[in-house]
Write a protein that binds this ligand. Sequence first.
Ligand SMILES: C[S@@+](CC[C@H](N)C(=O)[O-])C[C@H]1O[C@@H](n2cnc3c(N)ncnc32)[C@H](O)[C@@H]1O
Length: 229
Amino acid sequence: MALSLRLASLAALVPPGSIVADIGTDHAYLPIFLVEKGICPVVIATDIKDGPYRIAAGKVKDHHVQDKVILRLGDGLTALKPLEADVLVLAGMGGNTIREILASSPHIMSGIKRLLLQPMADAADLRFWLVANGWRIADEVLVEEDNRIYLIITAEPGLEETTDPIFLELGPRLLEKNDPLLKVYLENIIIKYERIMAGLAVAKSSTAWEKALRVKIKIAKIKGVAGCP
Ligand SMILES: C[S@@+](CC[C@H](N)C(=O)[O-])C[C@H]1O[C@@H](n2cnc3c(N)ncnc32)[C@H](O)[C@@H]1O
C-alpha cells in the first residue's frame, strides 16, 4: 500500500509497536500500511458511515490483513473499549469535529498516550481544547500536497505553557521550528482573517464594526509574529 504524502507523514509519527485506532478511517489506507510495514501489530479502524466502512472492508480483504486491521462501525471513540489503543489518529476531519469526538469520551482518552491529529480547519480551536484538557502540543508538521498545506498535530498528556494565546492559535511548535511552509501557512491565516474583516466592514451595525476592529488587531498581531510588513 503506497500512501499519499499526507498519510505517510502521519504514519511516520506512529511509535513502532503501538496499538493505533484510526477514527474516521474511510478507505483504511493508513491502517493497512501500518500493519503491512510491521509498524503496528494490530490497528483498529473505525468509521461512522456504512459506505466508508464497506470500502475499508474491501481494501482490508484485498490486502489480506483481516486478522490485523480490526474494522468497526461507530461514532467516534464509542467504537473503542478503554485501554484498547495507545495512539489515536483523527485525520481529514474538521478541527471542531475532532474536538467533539475527543471531548465526548473522557474514559477512552484517559488511556491514550499520543494523539495524531490532522484537522482540515479550525486548528486553533482544537489546540485550545487540547491544552485546556491536559494535552501538550508535542510536535507540529506542515505537509504540502496538491497545492494544499496540511497540518499534523502530535499531542501527548502533559502541560502546555504558553506566554501568549496567539502562539497557541498559530501553532507553538511550528513557530519554534520555523517550519519551511510556515510563511505560506501564516499568509493563508492572514488572508482568511482579511476576508472576515472585509465582510464585517461592509455591515452597518456597531457590533460588526467592533468585531472588525478586533479582527484588525488580530491580523496586526499575526503579521508581527510572521514578520510581515
Ligand atoms: C475525509 S474522510 C478522512 C479519511 C482518512 N482519515 C484520511 O485522512 O484520509 C473523513 C471520514 O471520517 C468519518 N467520520 C466523520 N465523523 C465521524 C465520527 N464521529 N466517527 C467516526 N468517523 C467519522 C467520515 O465518515 C469519513 O469517512
